[in-house]
Design a protein around this ligand. Structure first.
Ligand SMILES: [Zn+2]
Length: 447
């Protein structure tokens, strides 16, 4: 079994260790401690990092959509439902497994370059009979990025229920056969499913022992529409129908009131806070502090490439702290440490994966981030958490290890050629927006 020692001026495990090191043996963390002790104990280990670097657990991206990987930076001046209507719905029927693969590559490379080691994804497409979403698993395994994969099902647009479950099954099988992916049941949103399909979704998740990934109360209109139809909020209706018996990750929860928050806490529903997309789509400000005070596990997500539009996790971390501060007009509203904690162990808890990932502890999976401290940006670290959240950019990400194997070395991905992926993605993106009839929004569509 190969042994690797990664050194840092700071090892955030999460408690900070000065001049520390983490030792990787196989796919696990074998030791965490001071560099002096561990270098003496693991004499034959390959050495990475430096005396100036910051080493920590990789980031847990709790919400995103690889299905949007080829439509980034398009149609940004919409609110959520306008954006879905104008952009997402026209694109959905034209996605195929190769476009899923390429979109995941394009977005996944950006995530890895910004320190993400686990991505919780919801692939949104119209099932056609030929599985599309397994393309996500193909790409994540090739990149070396841990994935929690789901298909964001919904039959309200007219797609048959049976085809939706065929897509779930195809993705589940691909994840089971993969090295780094686990499956969750995706529900685009409560309002996107008929009562019949939602009941089947609950049965599938609870009966099959699957986790759930669902959008919840992202905008006020969603709450109002659901209340008019069911007499309950989305959160209350999901609880009433038994969905939360399955481990559930609820994305957004911007418009959750006191009763909703109580229900989320009671059922241990994890929440993905997506500050950048909430700001781009003008959805509002999620009550992060109020949820955390109730003990709700809140992680941070980048959200999709068509609604963030960057996939840079360090931007999302910084924005989470900035949004909380400007919203509450208090500099104490969210500390750098709190943002970092939500980006690591908080996200792992929200996905109920904290026994395996989210911190550098002996026995956990070796998902490790190294920030280069040899250059000017992190030359003078007064506080390591502020250095990561407020100072560092993706340029400082020098190494990313996933499952004990390097996915990023020397600042770039190691298993694929990013230039080649960019080249392959260009005709696929142009074809996608052309077929979707998005000439009014995209410069890639020839007049
Ligand atoms: Zn989303």
């Amino acid at each position: 079994m190969s042994t690797t020692l990664i050194r840092g001026a700071w090892v955030l495990a999460p408690e900070p260790i000065r001049d520390g090191a983490v030792v990787i043996a196989g796919d696990r963390i074998a030791a965490v401690g001071t560099y002096t002790d561990l270098a003496a104990e693991y004499l034959g280990a390959a050495q990475h990092g430096s005396a100036h670097d910051i080493v920590g657990p990789g980031f847990v991206n709790t919400h995103g959509h690889f299905s949007e990987g080829l439509i980034t930076g398009i149609g940004s001046d919409f609110t959520l439902w306008e954006w879905i209507h104008t952009l997402i719905r026209p694109v959905d029927p034209h996605l195929d497994r190769r476009k899923a693969y390429l979109g995941t590559m394009v977005a996944g490379i950006q995530m890895l370059r910004s320190g993400v080691t686990t991505a919780n994804d919801m692939f949104v497409c119209t099932p056609t009979g030929t599985p599309v979403s397994p393309g996500v698993v193909d790409a994540l395994d090739e990149l070396g990025l841990r994935g929690v994969v789901s298909f964001g099902a919904g039959d309200v647009g007219g797609a048959p229920i049976a085809a939706q479950f065929d897509e779930h099954e195809a993705l589940r099988e691909a994840a089971t056969a993969s090295r780094l992916c686990t499956f969750r049941l995706g529900i685009g949103a409560l309002g996107g499913q008929s009562d019949e399909m939602f009941a089947r979704s609950v049965d599938y998740a609870v009966g099959g022992g699957h986790g759930v990934h669902i959008h919840v109360q992202e905008i006020r209109e969603e709450v109002t529409a659901t209340f008019a139809r069911t007499g309950r909020t989305v959160v209350a209706h999901c609880a009433h129908e038994g969905l939360f018996a399955a481990p559930t990750l609820a994305a957004h929860c911007v418009w959750v009131d006191r009763n909703d928050r109580r229900i989320l806490a009671e059922h241990r529903v994890g929440v993905a806070h997506n500050p950048v997309s909430n700001m781009i789509l003008a959805s509002g400000v999620a009550p992060v502090a109020e949820m955390r005070e109730l003990g709700i596990d809140v992680g941070i997500g980048v959200d999709g490439p068509a609604s963030n539009d960057s996939q840079d996790y360090l931007q999302a971390l910084k924005t989470a702290a900035l949004l909380a501060r400007v919203h509450h007009r208090q500099a104490t509203a969210m500390s750098a440490y709190e943002a970092w904690e939500m980006g690591t162990i908080g996200g792992a808890r929200a996905l109920r994966m904290d026994d395996e990932i989210g911190s550098l502890e002996v026995g956990k999976k070796a998902d490790v981030l190294v920030l280069d401290g040899r250059g000017p940006t992190l030359a003078n670290v007064h506080d390591p958490y502020q250095a990561v959240v407020f100072v560092a950019g993706s340029r400082e990400v020098s190494e990313v290890w996933v499952d004990g194997v390097p996915s990023v070395l020397g600042g770039d991905v190691v298993r694929v050629d990013p230039g080649e992926i960019a080249e392959l993605s260009r005709p696929a993106a142009a074809e996608l927006v052309t077929r979707a009839g998005l000439g009014h929004l995209s410069a890639l569509v020839e007049a």
